[in-house]
Design a protein around this ligand. Structure first.
Ligand code: SF4
Ligand code: SF4
Length: 427
């Protein structure tokens, strides 16, 4: 079987194309409907999780022209930004790069990634800047007053990721968990959405390349280059999209034990151009390898698969107020990486617009006020059988499904058109 994107686009326009989400493909295969799956023209795929490579470029006026030659330092909501590269001499305008992983100077629970969501939600932010002559300026503004507000990625949307454990006898603090890793294989964390992930469905990068259109945090953007640390086994992408129009539910900050991380979401259409892509879109979680690494130096020490971390486990975490004993300090609220838990006299409530279903609250609350089966990973490491509880999921399949559904609807209603790549990604 061989098709082109033009042929598929024509079928979409005529209302003849079969467009399915990666979740629908998996459900159909589980129901024994392989024949129907083989008719698919386009699969919409998605992933949501921690992606450190996300950064913003913002441009905005801060004073009138002709007052200051240039600005050299600045913060937004306490988050240090890099001013430049263009000095905008005497224009009173700042161009600023903001890293999502940059911690705020004032608040360890805030950083660039939290700022990105605040901006997209339309909140007013405080900009402080120092001019070359030492004058300090402060201004309040919203994203609407910014001429440019784009989110970009140095390397995001890896085909899939890894699981992390701590084999040592001491706790280890890392960006790969919301809490320090317990010693002696006491807990495992992982990233990746398995068979839903975009590049898992096009592992040879047949259709995805420079120029491929996608949804980046729910807004239309595109791939502009090969990401850093890209390899044939772990390909990834440099991407860009306008922050104005992003969906705040699909983005934001995530507190890890070693500073803020960046929740980021992608949806990418995979046109089924040949049999090899069809085979990839039919791959089950159980057949997608997931390496287990020692979190201290990230070398591989074991092997499992995405079925072991997702199949039969609860993708959605819920609260149950009844067992709550109203602890003086709520351990669950304390560890929630997105600060999604609100406590009142009745007990805990999860803010669904902020929850990323990581499961940290299920582990933290000993009374069982949070429900969700996270499961254990059983595997042999260094010749010894290990069973490690999943203590934090760094990817959220609920967000991945939300964005792939959205992309499917946009393709079918004609508001999103697939286009040919203009150059290859070179892992
Ligand atoms: S939710 Fe759990 S940890 Fe929080 S106050 Fe209630 S019982 Fe304590
Ligand atoms: S699963 Fe629990 S800890 Fe994780 S984001 Fe949701 S409410 Fe917070």
């Amino acid at each position: 079987m061989k098709r082109t994107i033009d042929e598929i686009n024509t079928r979409i326009k005529k209302g003849e194309a079969v467009v399915l989400t990666a979740r629908e493909i998996a459900d159909s295969l589980a129901a024994g409907k392989e024949k129907e799956v083989r008719k698919v023209d386009v699969v919409t795929t998605g992933t949501m999780g921690l992606m450190s490579g996300t950064y913003a470029i913002l441009s905005f006026p801060i004073t009138k022209a002709g007052i200051h030659r240039r600005f050299t330092r600045g913060t937004i909501n306490g988050v240090p930004v890099s001013i430049g590269p263009a000095p905008n001499e005497s224009l009173g305008i700042i161009d600023a790069f903001v890293f999502g992983t940059q911690e705020s100077d004032d608040d360890p629970n805030y950083g660039g990634s939290f700022l990105f969501r605040d901006l997209v939600e339309g909140k007013e932010v405080t900009v402080k800047a120092t001019s070359i002559d030492g004058t300090e300026i402060e201004a309040a503004m919203t994203i609407d007053e910014m001429g440019t507000a784009k989110l970009m990625s140095a390397r995001n949307c890896f085909r899939n990721y890894r699981a992390m454990v701590n084999p040592s006898e001491k706790e280890f603090t890392s960006i790969f968990s919301n809490r320090p890793f317990r010693p002696n294989y006491g807990g495992i964390t992982f990233s990746g959405c398995g068979h839903l992930s975009p590049l898992q469905n096009d592992p040879d990068l047949v259709s995805v390349g420079v120029g491929t259109g996608l949804l980046f945090n729910g807004n239309e953007g595109f791939v502009f280059s090969t990401g850093t640390r890209c390899s044939p086994k772990y390909p990834n992408l440099m991407t860009v999209a306008d922050m104005k129009g992003m969906d705040p539910i699909l983005m934001g900050g995530f507190r890890t034990a070693a500073g803020p991380e960046v929740l980021t979401t992608y949806a990418i259409p995979i046109p089924v151009l040949n049999d090899s892509i069809l085979k990839s879109v039919m791959t089950r979680d159980e057949d997608i390898p997931l390496s287990i690494a020692d979190v201290r130096d990230r070398h591989k020490i074991g092997q499992t698969n995405y079925g072991a971390v997702w199949t039969g486990h609860d993708e959605i975490i819920t609260e149950d107020k009844r067992p709550c004993i109203k602890c003086k300090i709520c351990a669950a609220s304390n560890v929630c990486p997105t600060m999604a838990i609100k406590q009142n006299e009745a007990g805990p409530t999860i803010d669904r617009s902020r929850c990323v279903n990581c499961g940290a609250c299920v582990i933290a609350c000993e009374q069982g006020s949070f429900k969700g089966l996270l499961g254990n990973v059983k595997t042999s490491i260094a010749g010894q059988e290990r069973e490690m509880p999943i203590v934090c999921r760094n990817s959220n399949r609920v967000g991945a499904v939300r964005t792939m559904n959205d992309l499917k609807n946009r393709i079918l209603d004609g508001s999103f058109t697939m286009r040919e790549k203009v150059a290859d990604i070179n892992p």
